[in-house]
Design a protein around this ligand. Structure first.
Ligand code: ADP
Ligand code: MG
Ligand code: MG
Length: 910
């Protein structure tokens, strides 16, 4: 007996058995569309009878040089007989002909594959029979012309436009606006013209033998798997080439049998906002493709409720059934034939981030899924989307309807962007930076020379490349929406224009790209920014909080940031960078004075002047963070950062000298001389502070040891602030953090300074405040001797930015826009280690640090305050390392809460 290639729609159990179980495997065998057709039959949703030819048959066909494998033909005929029996119709019969559709569909849906052919089985003779049966000549010729049209374009490769042109002309001639208004005679005439087009392109007559039609269509579906567009798409999207496509062959039901017939597509819930109501489009008296193609004006589903209430009721019932079975929102295709409802396709529906959240919440309320599942169904990346502009769904709909949805490609960097087309990097940069234009940079592919243009652009679009192309990597790196590998896009550099599906756009014209979905639109689409404080999201996050083990803290320097962080759910401040406070204009003069002077008294004066400012800053933070920890990091950057740049000083000196030459009065001369002297002093100081590698120079704890008064002032400000708010009834939990420790003696010396000051302040204030002393672990040595450090430090905070720099020996500022991109393109690194924590190197040091630290101090609080704390994959690692918390930017807190819950749930479900 030959292998089983064909599965009747009621043979889903057999298919399961043959693949050894597992829904993924069934989908692999029968394609997503096919598998779901069989599944719908199993659960009792009305599906027109049919059968699915497996992907294995496709592969066998392609592997054997395009011949049907043994037994396939026989099995198809056998299955067809079975369908004839259950429908009471006969394929090719002159009296009561069975018509079928031939539908493609692999495991993953992908653009570029062959479309569907409807109405197979029609020829002049069966048409006559069908006419007698239905008495509906208009229906008949509408169906017939569709077969010739689809067969011509899909199977034989005749251009769609030629066919559409005939229809447009027919409408004009008849003086009508829509296809529905065309009469039987009009369609009869159209059919004749279509046959002529067919002959012209296929170099043969339209095949009249229904079996030949079916064979040709099936083979065409098989071959379309290796079509250029399909192959390009798979290459770019990373889909394996050996999956093959299935072919579903199915009894036709007719949405074009009059005004009690219709066809449509719908989501079982609103895909934009998640509302639990069917949302979609349909057409009365029409057939399938019309709605999907978006070439005819459709009605909203809500109208169906009043137009065909009985069918709508069935629709609702079957939607619920599908949702209950698949436990998710479905995207369905349906047809109503003379009032009878048929489901033709179902799959999990696409949705915006907002809809995903609301649907997850409501499905829990409806008892469809558990809270755990709801939390797992929303990805941290989707939460991130709440923060970025997206295209307005109405705008997308309108673009689709008017044919402005131009092409699809690979969605490599999420977000919506619009701009004018710029075809090279220099022009993109010029338009964006000098003329303030929004630019979309369009290139065949990008190279390192293009980076400046990409940075200036709102978004990036390329014809070639996939997920790891240069364009994709750079776009993700800098958060620019990008769509790459748009194979329908042609760039004509000599004409400075692009061409997509027959439309031409000159450089400077508007386009829009959706990097989340991978779609290119013509024109400028409206955008909207969702509300991160969406009530459904807030609810989902409170569920996430029940599951997560990691704390979620925020990096915040100012009280307003802390307030925002609290609103988003922060449980502490993991990093307050005190030097940010120094940069404010009213403080800079004191900071500079402190740096410039060699006299201890003058330095003390400067520091005394800074003290009240710092104290106020901390008071503000403590008040906001009542009862919660606030980690205050003592000054970190090298002093040079507080002084003017050397080049600027030299320039200013030159200017002053120039003015001195022309000075009129003695008074002017003296004033200028004073100014010159002052600048000279600053320049001298800047030069003396100059370092070749400031990142590895006099900064962090080294600076504090160099100028102990600085530590003393900062500690005083912290403790005084804590005492003051304590008197107000606020519960302050200051944690003082020393940056850049590498040797335990550094910490020891700092602790000595700190304890003296703290003790003194506490005595002065007459209030006992509790504070902690801890350190950043951001140098490899610190991690390696964490046990020694833990003798003095009551908490650790992993500064993974510096730790990554020092572990790799890579200077981030220099590397990120240059060789790191090359490294990723060449596959040397799979991720940017500054974006995703390097598990093996940095992660391993963290593991050692945590383990050694806790060996001395079991309750040691260990957190992370580097940028990785806002990255889901890195949060997963932090969870595994059993850190106490992650501390990220306030706006990343929702994402971090969810990612931490995902990590915990994954752990639990392992
Ligand atoms: P696609 O993958 O492009 O959506 P489908 O195979 O789903 O292709 O077919 C597109 C449309 O054709 C369907 O949505 C449906 O409206 C129509 N169609 C397909 N098969 C049938 C059928 N047997 N009876 C009626 N309409 C059909
Ligand atoms: Mg479909
Ligand atoms: Mg650091």
């Amino acid at each position: 007996m030959s292998k089983k290639w064909v599965y009747l729609f009621d043979e889903v159990e057999q298919a399961e058995k043959d693949v050894g179980g597992g829904w993924e495997n069934v989908r692999g065998l029968l394609g997503g569309k096919g598998a779901n057709l069989l599944e719908m039959v199993r659960i009792g949703v009305p599906v027109p009878p049919g059968f699915t030819v497996s992907t294995e048959a496709c592969n066998a066909y392609l592997d054997s040089g395009e011949t049907f494998p043994e037994g396939l033909k026989e099995q198809i005929l056998e299955a067809l007989k079975n369908v004839e029996e259950s429908t009471g119709k006969k394929f090719g019969d002159k009296k009561n002909p069975l018509l079928i559709s031939c539908r493609s569909g692999g495991k993953f849906s992908m653009p570029g594959m062959m479309d569907t052919v409807l109405n197979i089985g029609l020829n002049d003779e069966t048409a006559a029979g069908l006419l007698k049966l239905t008495g509906d000549e208009r229906f008949l010729y509408d169906s017939y012309r569709r077969l010739v049209q689809m067969f011509g374009s899909v199977v034989m490769g005749a251009p769609d436009d030629d066919f559409e042109e005939v229809i447009t002309k027919a409408r004009l001639k008849a003086g009508v606006e829509t296809d529905t208004q065309l009469t039987a005679d009009d369609w009869k005439d159209v059919t004749k013209k279509f046959k002529a087009i067919f002959r012209h392109y296929a170099k043969r007559d339209f095949p009249t033998d229904p079996y030949e039609q079916l064979n040709l269509a099936t083979e065409a579906v098989f071959k379309s798997w290796n079509g250029k567009r399909a192959v390009d798409y798979r290459n770019a999207a990373g889909i394996p080439h050996d999956l093959g496509t299935a072919v579903s062959i199915q009894t036709m039901v007719f949405g074009n049998m009059g005004n009690d017939s219709a066809t449509g597509v719908a989501l079982t819930r609103n895909g934009t906002n998640g509302e639990n109501r069917i949302e979609g489009d349909y057409l009365t008296n029409a057939q399938g493709e019309d709605v999907v193609a978006g070439i005819r004006l459709t009605d909203e589903i809500s109208k169906l409720k009043t137009e065909m209430p009985a069918a709508y009721k069935e629709f609702e019932q079957f939607s619920k059934m599908l949702e209950k079975h698949y436990r998710d929102m479905q995207d369905v295709e349906f047809t109503i034939e003379k009032g009878k409802f048929w489901m033709l396709q179902t799959r999990d529906g696409k949705r915006t981030a907002q809809a995903a959240v609301r649907i997850a919440i409501e499905m829990v309320e409806e008892g469809l899924i558990s809270r755990e599942e709801a939390v797992l169904r929303v990805s941290p990346e989707q939460v991130d989307l709440f923060l970025h502009p997206q295209f307005d769904q109405e705008a997308i709909k309108a673009a689709k309807a008017s044919g402005d949805m131009l092409a699809t490609g690979i969605n490599v960097s999420p977000g919506a962007a619009f701009g004018v087309i710029a075809l090279d990097a220099d022009l993109a940069e010029k338009w964006a930076n000098e003329e303030g234009k929004d630019v979309i940079m369009v290139r065949p592919e990008t190279k390192p020379d293009d980076v400046h243009g990409m940075l200036a652009s709102q978004g990036i679009l390329t014809c070639r490349g996939g997920r790891t192309s240069h364009a994709a990597l750079v776009a993700r790196q800098f958060g620019k929406p990008a769509v790459v590998g748009v194979s329908d896009l042609e760039i004509n550099m000599s004409e400075r224009e692009i061409r997509v599906k027959g439309r031409v756009f000159a450089e400077g014209e508007w386009v829009s790209i959706d990097g989340t979905e991978g779609i290119l639109y013509a024109g400028k689409l409206d955008t909207m920014v969702p509300d991160i404080k969406d009530p459904y999201l807030m609810e989902l996050l409170t569920w996430a909080d029940e599951f997560r083990r990691l704390g979620v803290w925020a990096n915040a320097d100012y009280p307003v940031d802390a307030e925002r962080a609290l609103e988003y759910g922060a449980e502490g401040i993991g990093l307050c960078r005190t030097e940010h406070m120094f940069f404010e204009t009213d403080r800079m003069p004191h900071v500079q004075q402190m740096i410039m002077t060699d006299s201890p008294t003058e330095r003390r004066e400067a520091l005394d002047a800074l003290l009240p400012f710092q104290r106020e800053d901390f008071i503000g933070l403590f008040r906001v963070m009542d009862k919660k920890s606030v980690i205050i990091r003592l000054i970190d950057p090298p002093l040079n950062e507080f002084l003017p740049l050397q080049v600027d000083l030299i320039q200013e000196l030159a200017d002053l000298k120039f003015r001195l030459r022309d000075a009129g009065t003695l008074e002017d001369t003296n004033r200028l001389l004073d100014q010159i002297e002052e600048k000279r002093q600053i320049l001298k100081r800047v030069e003396s502070l100059h370092e070749s590698n400031p990142m590895l120079g006099l900064r962090g704890v080294r600076l504090a040891i160099h100028i102990p008064e600085l530590t003393a002032m900062q500690v005083r400000a912290v403790i005084e602030a804590a005492c003051i708010v304590t008197k107000e009834g606020v519960e302050a939990h200051p944690e003082i953090m020393i940056p850049l420790t590498s040797h335990v003696n550094e910490l020891k010396s700092q602790r000595d300074v700190l304890e003296v000051v703290a003790k003194k302040v506490i005595e002065e204030q007459g209030i006992d405040v509790h504070y902690k002393l801890g350190t950043m672990i951001e140098l490899p040595r610190a991690a390696l001797i964490a046990d020694q450090i833990a003798e003095y430090a009551e908490f650790f905070s992993f500064g993974t930015n510096d730790l990554t720099q020092t572990v790799f020996g890579i200077s981030r500022d220099d590397a990120e826009s240059s060789f790191l991109i090359e490294y990723m393109e060449k596959g040397i690194l799979t991720e940017n280690p500054f974006a995703v924590l390097d598990r093996e190197g940095v992660g391993e040091l963290m593991r050692i640090g945590v383990q050694k630290g806790r060996s001395v101090r079991p309750d040691l609080e260990c957190g992370i305050c580097g940028e990785h704390a806002g990255n889901p994959e890195s949060i997963q690692i932090c969870h595994e390392l059993e850190l106490s918390y992650v501390s990220c930017a306030p706006f990343q807190i929702p994402l971090a809460r969810l990612a931490a819950a995902h990590a915990a749930l994954r752990d639990k479900n392992k």
